[in-house]
Design a protein around this ligand. Structure first.
Ligand code: SF4
Length: 369
């Protein structure tokens, strides 16, 4: 809450990183959202036709700012703050009314979200502890006992929005943090709220695909990313599948996001990622290759090859070839990549993995015949 000013000598000059502004209050945040926006792109774009990014957000509602996840590759906490500040219900519903009055609104709110969709109204129970806390994340390596993870205020917002006149659907398309829904140490009423949240989310607020971001399957890489173990994703998937079956909604899909070439990720980690996700029944689409972004720990590791907290070396994929090799593991199912992947796996001494991922190779098949 009270960050220090950082100074570092660089090339004979002094780089100064000022502390962030204090976290806004709900009143201040409401005031910023309640300004009389036109909700239109700048007039200079008028003649250029629809703008894809605007199409995506024009009927969406932001419920809060900030993120306490502290993922090492993400800058959200640097530009929105590490502490979550949430809008009041009145302010949110005022904006929903403004959206429903737009001439091109057909009844679908495309997102009731935020940097992480389900951090609404979450904060430390004892603000005094947060004042002095120096942890970069409130949920990694485990959920802080001082953090309340109550989803009931968010359920109330969802219910209020979907009962508004003119709203036929209100979807949640921002990513959700499933680890918050598996907080086994939360009080019983809060845990019940977690289950209720998953039920209502799947029953009313997922158009077809629910986005979540396990980001990797290797616990070593996840540790560097400050992300929870992949075992939690498996638990959440089991819950998702059982709620989907109970609701009789076979069309619902869980869409996991992954990153290749994040510092710490080696080709063998990507091979394991490909195998594990294949065996869970996924053909991945929502993936990205790591891009160093200023102000993040991951970028510091990318630049130096060292973890700043331990001083230990971390493997980093930097060349286009190394990055492409890691990325190609996402697409093991594309025929054009199979030979290259088989050769990589052979080089890594992972022939058995190649067989599980790609099936028996030509030579082996011939031997079997
Ligand atoms: S005390 Fe817990 S909830 Fe508060 S800032 Fe630290 S980690 Fe987050």
């Amino acid at each position: 809450m009270h960050a220090r000013r950082l100074r570092q000598e660089v090339g004979g000059r002094l780089l100064v990183v000022n502390p962030p502004f204090p976290t806004m209050t709900t009143e201040q945040l409401d005031a910023s959202f309640d300004l009389p926006y036109t909700r239109m792109p700048h007039p200079r774009y008028r003649k250029r036709g629809p703008i894809p990014a605007h199409e995506m957000i024009k009927h969406s509602i932001n419920l809060h700012r900030g993120c306490f996840g502290g993922c090492s590759f993400c800058t959200i906490s640097a530009h929105q703050g590490k502490f979550v500040v949430s809008r009041s219900q009145d302010s949110i519903l005022r904006e929903v009314r403004a959206v429903t009055a737009m001439s091109d609104f057909r009844g679908t709110i495309t997102d009731l979200g935020g940097p992480s969709a389900n951090m609404f109204r979450m904060q430390g129970r004892e603000p005094r502890l947060c004042d002095e806390c120096e942890k970069p994340s409130c949920i990694w390596p485990r959920i802080c006992p001082n953090l309340q993870t109550d989803h009931r205020p968010l359920i109330e917002i969802y219910r209020a929005v979907r009962s508004m006149p003119g709203v036929k659907h209100a979807f949640v398309t921002s990513g959700i943090r499933y680890d918050l829904l598996l907080d086994g140490r939360a009080p019983p009423a809060v845990r019940q709220g977690h289950d209720q949240y998953v039920d209502e989310l799947l029953a009313y607020h997922v158009s077809g695909r629910l986005k979540v971001a396990p980001e990797h399957t290797s616990d070593e890489v996840l540790k560097i990313m400050r992300k929870p173990s992949f075992a939690l994703f498996r638990r959440f998937k089991a819950r998702f599948d059982s709620v989907k079956a109970r609701l009789g909604k076979p069309q619902l899909q869980l869409v996991p996001y992954f990153i290749s070439s994040h510092p710490g990720s080696r080709p063998q980690d990507m091979a394991s990622l490909a195998l594990q996700t294949k065996e869970l029944g996924f053909q991945l689409e929502q993936v990205q290759d790591f891009t160093p972004t200023p102000m993040t720990v991951a970028t510091e590791i990318y630049a130096t090859g060292l973890h700043p907290c331990s001083g230990r070396p971390v493997p980093v994929a930097r060349t286009p070839e190394e990055k492409e090799e890691q990325r190609s593991f996402f697409f093991w199912y594309k025929p054009g990549l199979r030979d290259a992947l088989r050769a990589t796996l052979h080089r890594l001494g992972m022939d058995a993995a190649a067989e599980r991922l790609l099936g028996a190779g030509k030579r082996k098949r011939a031997n079997r015949h």
